[in-house]
Design a protein around this ligand. Structure first.
Ligand SMILES: C[S@@+](CC[C@H](N)C(=O)[O-])C[C@H]1O[C@@H](n2cnc3c(N)ncnc32)[C@H](O)[C@@H]1O
Length: 380
C-alpha cells in the first residue's frame, strides 16, 4: 500500500523524522519516490495515518496513493471521488508539477454533473491547498483533497487522509504562560523532530540540560515519555519550565512525572547519576545574538568560546547517557557576509560518542545556523 507524505520546509529533516518514526513504531515501509515537497513509501500493511500524524512534526499531510501514470486524465481524478455522495466538495493540490488545476477542476465538475452529482470546487490560490484550507473546508471528512505529485516521469495521484494539527502546535507554543523570547525558544516542531530523530523506543527518561522554558520536555510528554528532567543555569528558566509543565498538566488533565533543577551543565554529573539517562535532546546556548556589524575577529572569538563550551557539553552528555543510548543536539555555526564560521566537532567529541546523523535547520538570511547532530554512546 502506497502512502504519500507532504514534507515541511526542512524536507531532509522531515524525511529523516519519518524514517525514525517508522523504526520506532516497527512499521515496515520502503521509500519509492522522493522530491523536495514529498516522499512516497510502500507499506507492508495498512497505515494508521492519524497515529502516524500525531507523532510527526515535519510532515504537513499524509494520504493514500490511488493510482500512478505517465499523464493526468480526468478519469484518474474521478476515481478519487467518493461514490456514494451526491454532493461533492473537492480540492486539487499539485506538487512538483505545473498543471492547469482550474481547468482540470472544471472538466471534473462536468463529468460529475453527467453522473448527477453536484460538485463544489475549493480553489487553492497557489498550486496546493494549505493544511488549514483542507481542515477549514472539511475536505477529509466531507469531501476529498486530490493530490497530484510528479516524480521523474510518473504522476502519483492520491487523496489526503490526515493533515498536521497546526492549531495544536500553535496553542502549545503561543498560549503557554511562560515564554522567554529573549534567550531564544526552540520551535516546538523542531523540538519534536529532534525527539523523533533520537529513535528512542524505550521512552523512559528524557533529559534536556538547557531546558529554557521547557519546549523539549513538553513535546516529549506528547510523544509518550514516562519521565522528563530539565535543568538550566538560569533560575528564571527553571521556574518557566515548571510553570509551563504545570499548565500542561491542567491542559492534558494528567499528572506529569517531571523534575526541573537549576544547574550549570558543568556540574550536572554531580546531581544526575552518571549513565542513568535513556535519551538527551537539547538546544544549548548558541552564543550571543548577532546584529550584523560584528567583525571577523569577534566572530572567530565567538566560535572559539562556543568550541570550549561544547567540549564541556559533550563530555557531560557522554557521562550522563547510558551506553547505547542517543543524544540529539543543536550545534551552531555562523554565516555572515558570505563566510561560514564553525568549529570542528570531531576535535572535541569524546571517543565514546559516535555521530549517527547530521541535518541543517536554517531559515533564509539567518546568521546563526542550527546543525542538528545525532550521537549514539558506544556500548564499549
Ligand atoms: C536556547 S535556550 C534553550 C531553549 C529551550 N530549549 C526552549 O525552547 O525554551 C538555552 C538555555 O541555555 C541556558 N544556559 C546557558 N548556559 C548554560 C550552562 N552553562 N548550563 C546550563 N544552562 C545554560 C540558558 O539559560 C538558556 O535557557
Amino acid at each position: 500500500m502506497q502512502y504519500f507524505f507532504i514534507l515541511g520546509r526542512e524536507n531532509l529533516l522531515s524525511l529523516a523524522e519519518i524514517e525514525s518514526v517508522l523504526i520506532r513504531l516497527e512499521l515496515k515501509a520502503k521509500l519509492i519516490a522522493k522530491e523536495t515537497d514529498f516522499a512516497i513509501f510502500d507499506f507492508e500493511e495498512k497505515l494508521d495515518e492519524t497515529l502516524m500524524m500525531a507523532q510527526l512534526a515535519g510532515t504537513i499531510k499524509i494520504g493514500r496513493v490511488v493510482n500512478q501514470s505517465r499523464n493526468i486524465t480526468v478519469q484518474a481524478l474521478l476515481d478519487l471521488i467518493p461514490e456514494k455522495e451526491t454532493k461533492v466538495i473537492f480540492g486539487i493540490s499539485c506538487y512538483n508539477a505545473k498543471l492547469p488545476i482550474n481547468n482540470l477542476a472544471k472538466q471534473l465538475k462536468n463529468k460529475l454533473k453527467d453522473l448527477d452529482k453536484n460538485a463544489r470546487f475549493v480553489p487553492a490560490g497557489e498550486s496546493a491547498l494549505s493544511s488549514a484550507h483542507v481542515t477549514k473546508n472539511k475536505l477529509i471528512e466531507k469531501g476529498v483533497e486530490i493530490v497530484i505529485m510528479k516524480s521523474k516521469e510518473t504522476f502519483f495521484v492520491g487523496k489526503t487522509l490526515a493533515v498536521q494539527d497546526f492549531e495544536k502546535f500553535s496553542h502549545f507554543d503561543y498560549d503557554r504562560p511562560a515564554r522567554d523570547t529573549k534567550s531564544g525558544m526552540l520551535p516546538p516542531k523542531l523540538a519534536q523532530m529532534m525527539l523523533n530523530l533520537a529513535e528512542d523506543s524505550e521512552q523512559k527518561c528524557l533529559l534536556d540540560p538547557f531546558c529554557g522554558s521547557g519546549t523539549v520536555l513538553q513535546q516529549a510528554i506528547f510523544l509518550g515519555y514516562e519521565q522528563v528532567i530539565g535543568s538550566d543555569l538560569s533560575e528564571t528558566a527553571v521556574r518557566d519550565t515548571a510553570t509551563n509543565l504545570h499548565w500542561l498538566e491542567k491542559e492534558l488533565n494528567k499528572k506529569i512525572n517531571f523534575k526541573a533543577t537549576k544547574c550549570d551543565i558543568k556540574n550536572l554529573t554531580s546531581i544526575v547519576k552518571p549513565e542513568s539517562i535513556s535519551a538527551i535532546v537539547t538546544e544549548p546556548d548558541l552564543g550571543p545574538a548577532l546584529r550584523g556589524h560584528e567583525n571577523d575577529k569577534e566572530l572567530r572569538e565567538n566560535i572559539q568560546n562556543l568550541r570550549d563550551f561544547y567540549r564541556v557539553v559533550f563530555s557531560q552528555i557522554n557521562s550522563l547517557l547510558a551506553p547505547g543510548r542517543p543524544a540529539v543536539i543543536v550545534v551552531p555555526e555562523i554565516k555572515m557576509r558570505g563566510k561560514t564560521y564553525k568549529f570542528e566537532i570531531n576535535q572535541i567529541l569524546p571517543p565514546e560518542l559516535k555521530i549517527a546523523g547530521h541535518w541543517q535547520y536554517a531559515r533564509k538570511d539567518q546568521r546563526i545556523i542550527r546543525n542538528i547532530y545525532k550521537f549514539i554512546k558506544r556500548k564499549q
